[in-house]
Design a protein around this ligand. Sequence first.
Ligand code: HEC
Length: 197
Amino acid sequence: MTAGPWWASESFWRKTAIWVTGVSLIVLVVLTFDTLSQITAGSKRVAAYSVINYRIDYKFDDKRHVQVPVIGAKEPLFGRELSEPDAEALVAKGKMTLQAKNCINCHTVLGNGAYYAPDLTKSWIDPYWGTRDVREQQMVDFIKDPTDKLHNSLGRRMPRLGVTDEEARAVVAFLKWMSAIDTNGFPYNFKPMQQEN
Ligand code: HEC
């Protein structure tokens, strides 16, 4: 066998493959831990579940040029303040309901899902729910039976999905918590409800 140039040798490419695989593995492990710390509830961009005890505003940030959630005064969901574990249980139940009823068959949630119906990420602060005094009940009523309510110019209606009162309240808790997530301005051009008194 005649020896070719060094860069064409089998051993050079074997070593290169081992190094590239090893370095990529380390980078992926580091990125995984970095991501986990940023998507955990109670971190800088993802609020703790007990955020459902507070008002959530949505304001334009001049520095970042996107709208960001602003956690305001105490405003407990359904007028009842919950501890962190109770709030977590309620939000988790809401998330399970979304999964069980396959809401993302029509909607997107944080951008994931289908494009038949509106994105639900900021639904909590959607002006459609009227004022903040009636919003909670309007949302529960809508989720339980949306068939007689036409909401925007989409011209599409949401079907009744057999969501119970308890489940609908949990879904609202999930939607309120989700609206407090800093999504870098997603969805863009969202016009939030006026919540000042
Ligand atoms: C078959 C499709 C479909 C499914 C499944 C569906 N929706 Fe909807 N949803 C719609 C449509 C269409 C609208 C818009 C209705 C309108 O404009 O009147 C809507 C509107 C909404 C809104 C108001 C959105 C806003 O902008 O504030 C909420 C909240 C909502 N749906 C929640 C849910 C939840 C929770 C589930 C699962 C339990 C669900 N939807 C499942 C079709 C669907």
